[in-house]
Design a protein around this ligand. Sequence first.
Ligand code: NAD
Ligand code: MG
Length: 403
Amino acid sequence: MSGIQQVAVLGSTGSIGVSTLDVIARHPQRFRAWALAAHRSVDTLAAQCEAFHPRYAVMVDPDAAEALRKRLAGACDTEVLAGAEGLQRIAAHADVDAVMAAIVGAAGLPSTLAAAEAGKRILLANKESLVMAGHLLMAAARKAGALILPIDSEHNAIFQCLPQGRDATPGLDGVSRILLTASGGPFRNWTAEAIAAATPAEACAHPNWSMGRKISVDSATLMNKGLELIEACWLFDVAPSRVEIVVHPESIVHSLVQYVDGSVLAQLGNPDMRTPIAYGLGWPQRIDAGVAPLDLVALSRLHFEAPDEGRFPCLRLAREAAAAGGTAMAVCNAANEVAVQAFLAGDIGFNAIPAVIEAALAAVRVVEPTSLSVVEAADREARDIAALQVARYSSRPLAGGEN
Ligand code: NAD
Ligand code: MG
């Protein structure tokens, strides 16, 4: 690729989006934030537009788009687009070289798919799109020649440790299995009773990573690792049985690849998402990420243990969804999104999250995910069932004063 890489940052106001702009700002001669997109945070997106002068800014919420248009009038010549269509337009735009897919949840799927169909370099943070529609996304990328570079730290580590094919597709030659590390989340050492009473603030207080609220809760339930297991299977074309999950509380070893000769390759680094983001932006070159060098002597010890699926049943549920195949993974993802949102809103307790997901997985019929509309229908059905389950587990008093 020659000249400046034009980057569309989808989800620019979030944790990954802000880290992406930090790396881009360190390399003005290599990258330009050509488009920025977010849901409805007008103030943050306005400040980003004033700092980066993108060609386009997208606000999915139409009222927020109008407010942003007014804010930017006279300040910079960024064109403001409104609605989810705006996301797809910039993701597939002919002037875009790379798309950072950093929207949270199922809302990120259509734009990620549009980038794949347009043959873009995709820096994939939005793991939910692969979980929901891995088959469609990987097929679209193959057909259009899109390059998917994983940004999730574990998958970025695995990508770095796998044998590289000449066309950037990592191969599996000589690989016996993948070791996917998990921090264990904030409740790793908590008793089952304490976990049952966990609050949203406690679930969002991750010991190593500063992240958005949804993925923070996913880390606390270990659903994040379940989603990542499915993500790894799609990205690297491996069966779930070849992926082992290892709890590593320090989050320094980001994942490992074991080879048939007994070698194990690992990627290490401080827990800072700018490392995988810089890797994805710069690939195949290495570029400065602004991340402090790793001090192994100061760390002195690293620990590893097996995950506890008794206290963290979400891991088992994700495995079951992966084994069921088809639309089961989209159902698992959608029910999880509904349950996490309800937990964050204070409507259900922490242990109701796996209960809601399990009920949705049992109720929705699994079909082959032959098109985006089939996946979206499964997603909708799972959300409806999950909403009913949320009402069942709701800790809020019923109207009329009874509970
Ligand atoms: P976040 O909540 O901090 O940010 C989410 C972004 O998505 C925001 O810019 C928001 O405006 C946008 N958004 C939300 N709903 C939207 C909608 N309906 N339409 C369009 N945009 C919408 O989340 P995050 O922590 O940055 O995570 C983003 C994605 O990256 C998630 O899929 C997450 O699993 C993945 N990821 C994050 C981390 C991390 O360290 N934060 C690590 C690995 C993977
Ligand atoms: Mg991760």
